[in-house]
Design a protein around this ligand. Sequence first.
Ligand SMILES: NC(=O)c1ccc[n+]([C@@H]2O[C@H](COP(=O)([O-])OP(=O)(O)OC[C@H]3O[C@@H](n4cnc5c(N)ncnc54)[C@H](OP(=O)(O)O)[C@@H]3O)[C@@H](O)[C@H]2O)c1
Length: 243
Amino acid sequence: MKVLVTGASKGIGRAIAMKLQHSFDLVLHATTEDRLEATWSGLINPERHTRLCADFSDSDALKGFCSNLKKLAGASLYAVINNAGLTLDKSILFQPEADIDTLIQVNLKAPVMISKTAFKIFHSRQQGVIINMSSCVGETGNAFQCVYAATKAGLAGFTMSLAREAGALLPSHTIRAFCVSPGYIETGMTGKIPEAEKEKYMLNIPARRMGQPDEVAGVVAFLLTDEAAYINGSEIKINGGIV
Ligand SMILES: NC(=O)c1ccc[n+]([C@@H]2O[C@H](COP(=O)([O-])OP(=O)(O)OC[C@H]3O[C@@H](n4cnc5c(N)ncnc54)[C@H](OP(=O)(O)O)[C@@H]3O)[C@@H](O)[C@H]2O)c1
């Protein structure tokens, strides 16, 4: 069975790809094949897996990605993990409209369109899993991340609705949809946060440390198993108990 992992070039997405490579045939995504190279060359058995790349900030590239996903994975698609995302931190006072469009396009529209593509396949097969990567800031908000937080909150609402819609459309099915909502995970994305800011964040985390990409990947891997069959329509928080 095939599993799509978007944003697999680094950080959380790469950790998910490494964790799932033995259990599934992966369709791995990044903006370009060059960007994906480090992950690809780290796979034990790359011939088992496929690359499908696109810059989601480009609407036509996103459309092409969705139709290629359908052709490539079709009926054998078991799950999509919409992990790709970006931050463009700035005060809303100075955030250019182009940044707002990019954040909405990559963090919200792309997972919505990919989920829609997958949902059509899952609907006819009455089975499948959609995991969307949200964020703790979608719930709490965060200064200088107004639009990023809005995309993550929007993604959570979309995902919970999807789980309910599967129930409304199909009386008997095993389609599950949920959000994974990390706190502060040590990746390139959080590497941009100044040290003084990070120390302030640590005070709000009972674990007093950032999470590791592997700690998110382990939960994602569990959510794809039959043991997680009764988890649906919820937001799974992985944040060290952040308050
Ligand atoms: N790290 C955290 O603390 C944290 C906390 C909460 C939520 N999250 C969420 O978790 C996900 C992964 O974050 P991360 O920390 O692993 O980030 P990361 O290390 O910066 O990786 C981001 C991934 O998204 C892809 N991506 C970025 N812009 C894209 C675009 N325009 N089109 C298509 N793909 C694009 C990147 O591909 P390229 O390499 O090709 O650019 C990369 O594979 C994101 O959705 C993020 O919002 C992260």
